[in-house]
Design a protein around this ligand. Structure first.
Ligand code: BGC
Length: 746
């Protein structure tokens, strides 16, 4: 009896002390309870994210003292569990830490770079990829990833375009939402779910000149129309758990110190209740940016704007306590931040299950994961040229030369932001071609260049010899992975090194050349297009890139990707994107180009339109472009109504027919254009897309539902409105060759 009494008493004391640990309590009550027990120092500790590639005594002590809310970059799940044990069992409040890592396009099983995934126009495969990444990362203790990056990027010089979903807002929205869903799963508290992070908030993809870390100058109307929608929808539709502020000052203000962005927009307007994390030291760099005179001021401005967890730069740890004592930052501000951080930890189920289960069967590189990665790679490939239907090769060839620095580059084909992918597990085109088709085909391999930047031409002769002995040449060129990604901007987008010269020399052998480009961004390849019989743009396709390329080249599967970004002919055309705002003097077809200008021509004789005398206006490839092994015909564009009110939904249908002799998958694209609006309308905007698979001769009615409210835009008064008037509607297989109709909104 006495024993029971003691037990009950102990239980009572435990519940009183650690009630917030029990799942029975409502999360908000648990948060308030724990908050009420925290010292100011402990609260500030939750707002501190530390980098711990090599954890040391200092870190153990910080965790023990409750001075760390999150740890990034620590590896090895055993170690992570040890660190967690210190937080849970040795710190006075037992608040678990959340382990974070950049899991961008796969953890161990690497999927194509996000730009490649966007080319699939297939949100399902993007969601699957993120789910697989979450499963693999979480079994290694990672419960928070800094992805998806949803920066709209119209500048291929910017190395991080590789991590983006390209230039289009709607496509980025759909892909971002799919990725968040995949990472977070059905329920964030499941051990295999990881918190997603919408980044970089905001405008980082629009840095001046494509130079990383530079400034951007996006006015609010454009922010709302072009750059913010993927963030807003990720938060509202998928409950994206966290958001990251970007490095770039936009219109003079670094986002980490923008009350407009972090409080007015994010909290008041969008009702976001997750966590705002800074980018790597994006608080302390405000000193270098000249926005704050010292780190203390940086802490002050960031905290008061609503920036909650500081990644690595430690300004909060060093100064927030003092700032609160001086009355410059209110404790209420700190409490709000800590509430959101604790909420994230509750949502992740960390209070209940802080440790990673190291006993269950590991799923990294499982067959299912590799299969999905292969499918994603296949769907990401964009066929840019296919003269005389040279592809697929099928059984048309006996001797095939495999040439070039990227045919067997297991590291480089994984692409940028690949901390955990292992090249030992990468399947390259060389190996896959031999393995999958080597029985019937004699492959002759000549690497010729050791890597993409290699300038050594001493093996050109062997390459030409290999070409001469073959029916066809498979030339693998592009970029090493290190040439794209963060801090890897380029001013010149031609193929690096002497890859172009190699193609030129090979073309003299008189054999058809199929050029496969593996790159992290659009490259200026007009010349290479002309010298190749076929060109397949394979991006950096990840672990299973090789088998995917082999199957596509030989026709066991087919390419179906479409460009998520415009390919310029010349760097000087950048920014070049399909959905520009209407201008008064648009370029026409057949403008006069440099060499056609008569001598002493009069100033006005060339036609006064918006184009370059040397480059014209056209892109090398337009947004949405991509060929198939078959051909598709569009007909019978029909609208359910031609006059609608704002609350109605328009139904649009088109007949799509496979007119070729192969099965194929077409990405049917729906565009609209506001004919006149109170602020410059865009020439066209993507509003829908569907992947349709058809057998030869088969046809299908493809139907889109377009709620008229989707035509709304932000006007100059910052109101989201559908303005009555005429709208054009267009459907086709790219952003240029389109069937057109129109309707009126009253
Ligand atoms: C990048 C972020 C990334 C962070 C953490 C920064 O340099 O801009 O995108 O998540 O580092 O690795």
């Amino acid at each position: 009896m006495r024993k029971l009494g003691l037990k009950t008493l102990c239980l009572f004391v435990f519940c009183a002390m650690f009630g917030y640990l029990s799942a029975q309590h409502n999360t908000e009550n648990r948060i308030e309870e724990i908050l009420s027990r925290m010292t100011l120092r402990q609260k500030i500790g939750q707002m501190n994210q530390v980098n711990a590639r090599k954890p040391d005594e200092k870190l153990y002590k910080q965790i023990r003292n409750g001075e760390v809310g999150s740890i990034l970059n620590a590896e090895d799940p055993v170690l992570l569990n040890q660190l967690q044990k210190i937080a849970v069992e040795e710190s006075s409040l037992g608040i678990p830490v959340v382990f974070a890592r950049d899991v961008i396009h796969g953890f161990k099983t690497i999927f194509p770079i996000p730009l490649g995934q966007a080319a699939s126009f297939n949100p399902e495969i993007v969601e699957t990829g993120a789910r697989i990444a979450a499963v693999e990362a979480s079994e290694n203790g990672v419960r928070w990833t800094f992805a998806p990056m949803m920066d709209i990027s119209r500048d291929p010089r910017w190395g991080r375009i590789a991590e983006s979903f390209g230039e289009d807002t709607y496509l980025s929205e759909e892909m971002a939402i799919a990725m968040v869903r995949g990472f977070q799963g059905e329920d964030l508290s499941q051990p295999s779910s990881i918190a997603a992070c919408a980044k970089h908030f905001i405008g980082y993809g629009a840095v001046e000149g494509g130079r990383d870390y530079n400034i951007s100058n996006i006015p609010e109307r454009q922010l709302r129309n072009i750059y913010l929608p993927p963030f807003e929808r990720s938060i509202k539709e998928t409950g994206c758990a966290t958001i990251m502020t970007s490095f770039n000052a936009n219109d003079g203000v670094p986002p980490s110190a923008s009350k407009f962005l972090l409080t007015d927009l994010l909290r008041d307007e969008w009702k976001f209740d997750g966590v705002v994390v800074s980018d790597w030291a994006s608080v302390s760099i405000m000193v270098t940016q000249g926005f704050c005179d010292d780190r203390k001021n940086a802490a002050l401005k960031a905290a008061n704007a609503g920036m909650e967890m500081e990644m690595v730069s430690g300004c909060y740890t060093d100064y927030l306590e003092q700032l609160v004592k001086e009355g410059k930052v209110s404790e209420k501000t700190i409490d709000n931040a800590v509430r959101n951080i604790l909420r994230l930890k509750y949502r992740l189920g960390l209070f209940e299950k802080p440790y990673t289960d190291l006993t269950s069967e590991r799923k990294v590189y499982s067959e299912a994961h590799l299969r999905a990665a292969k499918q994603a790679a296949e769907e990401s490939f964009v066929l840019l040229k296919n003269q005389n239907n040279i592809l697929p090769l099928g059984n048309k060839v006996k001797n095939v030369a495999i040439i070039g620095p990227l045919a067997d580059a297991p590291h480089d084909q994984m692409g940028t932001w690949c901390f955990d992918g292992e090249k030992e597990h990468t399947q390259t085109p060389l190996n896959a071609l031999k393995k999958q088709f080597g029985e019937n085909v004699n492959f002759i391999y000549e690497q010729t260049l050791a890597f993409s930047r290699d300038r050594d031409k001493s093996r050109f002769a062997q390459a030409i010899e290999a070409a001469k002995q073959s029916d066809v040449v498979l030339l693998f060129v592009g970029e090493e992975s290190i040439l794209s990604g963060e801090a890897h901007s380029l001013a010149d987008l031609d193929l690096v090194g002497v890859q172009s010269e190699l193609l030129e020399e090979l073309s003299k052998a008189g054999k058809p050349i199929i050029t496969i480009v593996m790159a992290g961004r659009p490259l200026t390849i007009a010349k290479e297009m002309a010298q190749s019989s076929a060109v397949l743009y394979a991006w950096h396709p990840g672990t299973m890139g090789g088998p995917a390329i082999a199957d596509v080249l030989f026709g066991k599967s087919y390419p179906s990707g479409k460009l998520p970004v415009t390919f310029p002919r010349y760097v000087g055309q950048i920014p070049l994107y399909y959905n520009y705002e209407r201008i008064g003097r648009p370029a026409k077809k057949n403008e006069v180009l440099l060499n056609d200008i008569p001598l002493e021509a009069k100033q006005s004789s060339l036609g006064n339109t918006s184009y370059y005398l040397d480059a014209g206006f056209d892109a090398l490839f337009d947004f949405g472009y991509g060929l198939s092994y078959t051909t598709f015909e569009y007909s019978d564009l029909v609208l359910s109504k031609y006059t609608l009110t704002k609350d109605e939904t328009l139904q649009v249908s088109v007949i799509l027919k496979n007119t070729g002799s192969h099965e194929g998958c077409e990405v049917v694209q729906l565009y609209t254009a506001d004919v006149a609006a109170s602020a410059s309308p865009l020439v066209k905007e993507l509003k829908g897309f569907k992947r349709i698979i058809l057998k030869p001769g088969e046809q299908k009615k493809v139907i889109f539902e377009l709620p008229i409210e989707k035509l709304a835009f932000w006007n100059t008064q910052m109101e989201k409105v559908v303005e009555p008037g005429k709208f054009e509607i267009m459907i086709g297989g790219n952003s240029v060759d389109l069937l057109k109709s129109s309707f009126v909104v009253n």
